[in-house]
Design a protein around this ligand. Structure first.
Ligand code: UD1
Ligand code: MG
Length: 482
């Protein structure tokens, strides 16, 4: 198998995005467009990837380096194209960074949804049967081919590809051709170098067209094959916010369809989102057991695992979390495990309006109710915090009942401290547990207490002003102005 070197053209400005962010860094499913293209390179087991940058080069290069740091795949190089004189000129800049002996695959940084099997088929087409070299073009038939390079074939020669003509240079007859060049090709690197050296910019746009190498291949008797697909989405580029949104929806629909194929029940596949995590660069992945139900408008980010029979209510955002079998996540719940992860045990009931933050580790049958926040805390089986509470840096034992409005005061302004609440403790409403502090097994804390010292096992801890009643209390009366 010939080594594959990939050239990704990413120097363009993306004027129609009307954004300060370079076009190839606009996000699709939570990740830069360019990361999706780098995924394609990774799926091909590329030996080397050369990214041609220009507009926003520093930012684009940093984003690519972030990708390889996260995945560890392939040798990555950058070349800068300044100024941008066309796609042929862009590839010329990349040639010195190629080893020269391999197969080159040209991709565009703004075409995110090409499938690995499509690219593999294109590379196979370029490699031919007996190792003969060929130029392979990925083409697609479009109902409206306006703007694209057209594939000109020769009827006399068994419809063999002759050349590509750019829209602006095409005759009316050529503009009637529905088969267009996708911008993606596979070509032996050595041949490519020779052809690029012969490019001119004598055309309607005064640019060096990469597509002119097709006629050169024909002239040099190198076979040209067109690998024609009928799925326009795979070669669709992003030029405007409207196109970006269109591709986002199409991508999400495809992810939703794949999940439903596995048996996941989505209330509405049009209102489902699975995204990569921009913070870590991780891809979006939703792993589901049998009989999972997901209601409308849920957003899943990073790696999320849902066990058998899990139910996710409407409008939940869930990132980097593991939810065990039979758990129910009620509507409007926000779970974000970030790097530490978050875990919900079997049969737990969470929400509505609950918030689980990094390091929330909940056991079986735990109940977390509305407006309860849990961060970096372990709740053992059967523990409950049902209303308006905060648990941060706490270890909570089995069957603890944590009252409404109670909080762990875990931060003294400089350092964080732990709160330990042993099994079967009952914390009343509106308590402040000032960490570090321990509440012993089976102890009770009276409502409204501010606890600063250990409460021993089995004891009642009360820490609040004692109630006094002043009889026949006369309220103040309003004084006459004068
Ligand atoms: C190109 C093809 C056209 C094809 C179409 C598919 C050429 C001459 N034409 O046209 O046949 O149908 O793609 O979408 O190749 N870029 C650079 N440097 C440059 C110019 C472009 O890096 O100097 C990058 C752009 O950022 C973009 C890609 O190359 O990622 C394609 O450039 P674009 O201007 O969109 O090419 P088209 O004119 O659409
Ligand atoms: Mg263009």
């Amino acid at each position: 198998m010939t080594a594959l070197d990939i050239i990704i053209m990413a120097a363009g400005k993306g004027t129609r995005m009307k954004s300060r962010i370079p076009k190839v860094l606009q996000r699709l499913a939570g990740r830069p467009l360019l990361h999706h293209v780098l995924d394609q390179a990774a799926s091909l087991h590329a030996r080397r990837v050369v990214v041609v940058t220009g507009h926003g080069a520093t930012e684009v290069e940093a984003a690519c380096a972030g990708y390889t740091r996260a995945t560890g795949s392939f040798d990555l190089q950058f070349v800068r194209q300044q100024p941008q004189l066309g796609t042929g000129h862009a590839v010329q800049q990349a040639m010195p960074a190629l080893a020269g002996d391999g197969m080159a695959v040209v991709l565009s940084g703004d075409v995110p949804l090409t499938r690995p099997d499509t690219l593999r088929a294109l590379v196979d087409a370029a490699q031919g049967a007996g190792g003969n070299e060929r130029l392979a073009l990925l083409t697609v038939r479009l109902p409206d081919p306006t703007g694209y390079g057209r594939i000109v074939r020769s009827p006399a020669d068994g419809a063999a590809v002759q050349r590509i003509v750019e829209h602006k240079d095409a005759s009316d007859a050529e503009r009637a051709i529905g088969e267009v060049y996708s911008g993606i090709m596979a070509v032996p690197a050595q041949r490519l170098a020779g052809w690029l050296a012969r490019l001119t910019n004598d055309n309607a746009q005064g640019e060096y067209y990469l597509t002119d190498i097709v006629a050169m291949a024909v002239h040099d008797a190198v076979p040209v094959v067109a690998h024609c697909i009928d799925d326009a989405l795979q070669v669709a580029g992003v030029n405007s916010p409207a196109q970006l949104a269109e591709l986002e929806r199409a991508h999400q629909r495809a992810q939703a369809a794949a999940l439903m194929e596995q048996g996941v029940r989505l209330a509405d596949p049009a209102r489902f989102d699975l995204r990569g995590d921009a913070r870590s660069g991780a891809r979006g992945e939703l792993v589901c057991g049998q009989d999972v139900d997901i209601d409308v408008n849920c957003v899943f980010t990073g790696l999320v695992e849902l066990g058998e029979g899990v139910q996710i209510g409407a409008n939940c955002c869930i990132a980097n979390a593991r939810i065990a079998a039979g758990a129910v996540i009620h509507p409007f719940t926000h779970i974000d495990g970030e790097k530490l992860g978050a875990a919900v045990g079997e049969g737990a009931l969470i929400g509505p309006f609950a918030r689980l933050r990094p390091g929330a580790q909940l056991g079986r049958e735990v109940h977390i109710g509305n407006f309860v926040e849990v961060k970096n805390s372990t709740l053992a089986d059967g523990a409950k915090a049902n209303h308006l509470a905060y648990l941060g840096d706490a270890s909570v034992g089995e069957r603890v009942n944590y009252g409404a409005g109670s909080i762990t005061a875990n931060y003294d302004g400089a350092n964080k401290h732990r709160t330990v609440i042993e099994a079967d403790v009952h914390i009343g409403s509106n308590c402040v547990l000032v960490a570090p502090v321990t509440i012993g097994k089976g102890a009770t804390v009276a409502g409204g207490s501010t606890i600063t010292k250990e409460v021993p096992a089995g004891a009642l801890g009360v820490a609040r002003g004692r109630q006094v009643s002043i009889a026949d209390w006369k309220r103040p009366t309003k004084q006459a102005k004068g």
